[in-house]
Ligand binder design. Sequence first.
Ligand SMILES: Cc1cc2nc3c(=O)[nH]c(=O)nc-3n(C[C@H](O)[C@H](O)[C@H](O)COP(=O)(O)OP(=O)(O)OC[C@H]3O[C@@H](n4cnc5c(N)ncnc54)[C@H](O)[C@@H]3O)c2cc1C
Ligand SMILES: NC(=O)c1ccc[n+]([C@@H]2O[C@H](COP(=O)([O-])OP(=O)(O)OC[C@H]3O[C@@H](n4cnc5c(N)ncnc54)[C@H](O)[C@@H]3O)[C@@H](O)[C@H]2O)c1
Length: 472
Amino acid sequence: MDANEYDLIVLGAGAVGENVADRAVQGGLTAVLVEHELVGGECSYWACMPSKALLRPAQALRAARQVDGAKEAVTGTLDVAAVLARRDSFTHNWNDDSQVQWARGAGIAVVRGHGRLTAHREVTVTAPDGSHQVLRARHAVTVATGSDPFIPDIEGLRDADPWTSRDATSAKVTPESLAVVGGGVVAAEMATAYASFGTEVTLISRGGLLAGLEPFAGEMVTEALREQGVRVLLDTRTVRVRRTGGSVTVETGDGGAVTAAEVLVATGRTPRTRDIGLDAVGLTPGDWLETDDTMRVEGFDWLYATGDVTRRALLTHQGKYQARAAGDVIAARAKGRPVSDGPWGTHVATADHEAVPQVTFTDPEVASVGHTLRSATDAGYRVRAVDYEIGYVAGASVYADGYKGTARMVVDEDRKVLLGVTFVGPDVSELLQAATIAVVGQVPIDRLWHAVPAYPTINEVWLRLLEAYGRP
Ligand SMILES: Cc1cc2nc3c(=O)[nH]c(=O)nc-3n(C[C@H](O)[C@H](O)[C@H](O)COP(=O)(O)OP(=O)(O)OC[C@H]3O[C@@H](n4cnc5c(N)ncnc54)[C@H](O)[C@@H]3O)c2cc1C
Ligand SMILES: NC(=O)c1ccc[n+]([C@@H]2O[C@H](COP(=O)([O-])OP(=O)(O)OC[C@H]3O[C@@H](n4cnc5c(N)ncnc54)[C@H](O)[C@@H]3O)[C@@H](O)[C@H]2O)c1
């Protein structure tokens, strides 16, 4: 057998690519991961893990300060150097030895270098020393190359050497002041983190915050950021950016200007497909890759795509879910085993359409799954939403003095099942999986009345939501 031939080639060894390869190997195939940077990808080194490591210490501190008796013990301030050092331990100082070791231990080959499709079922890898290696796939190639920060075409922005999410998550020193352009998840989380470090933060959003979630989520996070000392400018366009000496000036559409030591651009993502040889197989470089629900690229029987590069849901857990479907279906198709590709089957990523869970790790946290009232209505469902103030729940009042939070469930009035749930409040992230199970399982409302939340926990908000809805 040709040493450069594998059943499956995975282009990109982020969390998603790793999982595709792992599932395929567990299904009896041979697989190789091609990686030009760090095995583990964005999530491990410049996204989920370092950002959450930057956020968690201040969250723990604020939590202690919300409990009489405990708050008296908190006499100091955040130790920023210790926070950064703890962050470094999560990124293993940007060293991927342990992940490479995991891959090889799992029976997955790893080839370092930049991979490009050069023909059907063929990837050519350019190694760091400039040499080339041609890999051939007997069954499939999966593109899992992820996404890059999107830098909008704002006058002077690129020349101002802006921070992207990579700089914000890997900074070794914190700036005195930071302007953040954007109003999404990265902007809200990084504004929260840097404000907690004592950086003077100004967030400039062209709309409200966290668009796409329930409107009360963005409103509550805006209010909380302001309480944490962040200057939040809503409905404000960024028209020009200039770097002069040690500072950056951001000019806004209303004639104002914000001057800061650094500017973080957090305005979404663009697919990493410009230089992966898409043209060699008849696709357009720079495009997102559209797939069916088995993650196979439309028009191909051997080309798959998973994770950010598909634009289905730019989240690690959702990409890994796609990866499990893709790795399993590639193995099933290769071995001639039955394929289960109907909705909610073994080999499809159906939840991407109806039940994507997401947590925004601001303080308060925002945890949501499935539809908002708006998106459910737009999708044609006949719906009713009920809200409840989480602070009224006994468990929440014990958890934190003056607990402030809101929960909403969106009910499909025809089927009497949940289409979506949103929680906003301190530490609501751990409530989310119950909601995800209810939405994915399409658990009827009358059965949910039998899922009794333990007293006194914050989960009792479930009972209050059901009572507010009324027993069918
Ligand atoms: C600041 C920030 C915080 C985030 N926090 C969260 C969070 O808390 N929870 C969550 O679920 N999601 C979070 N996300 C989103 C999450 O990081 C992404 O959804 C996830 O990393 C996507 O994984 P992926 O494997 O598709 O892509 P990536 O992780 O980007 O992996 C792609 C890999 O492919 C490699 N590659 C690309 N092109 C080539 C090539 N031609 N040859 C060889 N290798 C190549 C890259 O080097 C990379 O290692 C966050 C994102 C950001 C920016
Ligand atoms: N906790 C998490 O799960 C987490 C954390 C961070 C990021 N992520 C993922 O990473 C992805 C990227 O996050 P993000 O915050 O960069 O994107 P986003 O799509 O969440 O937000 C982009 C923001 O930039 C604004 N914007 C876009 N173009 C602009 C322009 N030309 N001028 C001014 N503003 C502009 C948008 O209005 C929006 O507010 C998200 O899809 C998210 O799912 C997840």
